[in-house]
Design a protein around this ligand. Structure first.
Ligand SMILES: [Zn+2]
Length: 251
């Protein structure tokens, strides 16, 4: 087989390998995105749990403070009843006043914190529901990948060895060039030369539509042992099968 025929065979297998691989790749990428999202959601859940716990602890501390302040108030009230002089009486009254205003402040803070704890709890509940939903989506992504690997796995390795075999028929330099172009062009390494106007000797690259010189067409029409690249897109040019030279019987 001539160089260009071998390149076309390689191209056909290479495209199939790439198509299958891209199926696996997109399933893998999708699953990885789901995993990443879940990690973020789990971290946020921990943060919300910490917040809720801290707010509850703050409420508890404030309630303890209020209880001990109340004890002091009760004690002062009974002292007030037994106070004997005016100076002492006023001092007790002042302290009571101060304690009352402190208590008001403390109750207000407690209510605020209780409200915040409740809000946090609601957010946490919604968050947990979201996590449950996202876990289901992750499961689906996982089974899609498994399914894809089942469908594709053995076919892919078959095709990969077929591609290696097709590759061995091509000289190293040309093989490397093919790989480079295939990589750059997303697997579309070959382009058929289209005849724009035979009489005026006008030809174009079938993919990027930039003009192909007559000399290149003539060369390809005379031999399939040359590798000519499109000057614009670098794809490897070949002719429509009917226009290719009839292969001479050599190896
Ligand atoms: Zn081109």
């Amino acid at each position: 087989m001539a160089l260009l025929d071998n390149l076309l065979t390689l191209h056909r297998v290479d495209s199939q390998v790439r198509a299958l691989r891209s199926r696996v790749d997109s399933a893998t990428t999708y699953l990885a995105a789901q995993e990443k999202l879940l990690t973020t959601l789990d971290r946020q859940k921990l943060e919300l749990e910490t917040q809720e716990r801290q707010l509850k602890a703050a409420v508890h501390n404030l309630e303890m403070e209020q209880a001990s302040a109340q004890e002091r108030v009760d004690k002062l009230r009974s002292e007030l009843n037994t106070s004997t002089n005016d100076k002492q009486y006023k001092a007790i009254l002042n302290e009571l006043k101060m304690l009352e205003s402190q208590k008001d402040e403390s109750v207000k803070r407690t209510l605020d914190d209780m409200q915040r704890a409740e809000d946090t709890k609601k957010r946490l509940d919604t968050h947990v529901a979201t996590i449950i939903e996202r876990r289901k989506i992750r499961e689906v992504a996982q089974s899609k990948l498994d399914e894809c690997m089942n469908d594709v796995g053995s076919r892919l390795s078959e095709l990969e060895s077929e591609r290696d075999r097709a590759g061995t028929l091509i000289p190293t330099r040309e093989r490397k060039l093919f790989d480079k172009v295939a990589e750059e062009m997303d697997g579309e390494a070959m382009a058929e030369v289209t005849i724009v106007d035979m009489r005026h000797r006008e030809f174009a690259c079938g993919v990027c539509h930039i003009e192909v010189p007559f000399e290149a067409y003539a060369k390809l029409a005379s031999t399939s042992e040359v590798l000519i690249q499109c000057k614009a897109c670098t794809r490897i040019l070949h002719l429509l099968e009917a226009n290719r030279p009839v292969e001479k019987t050599k190896k």
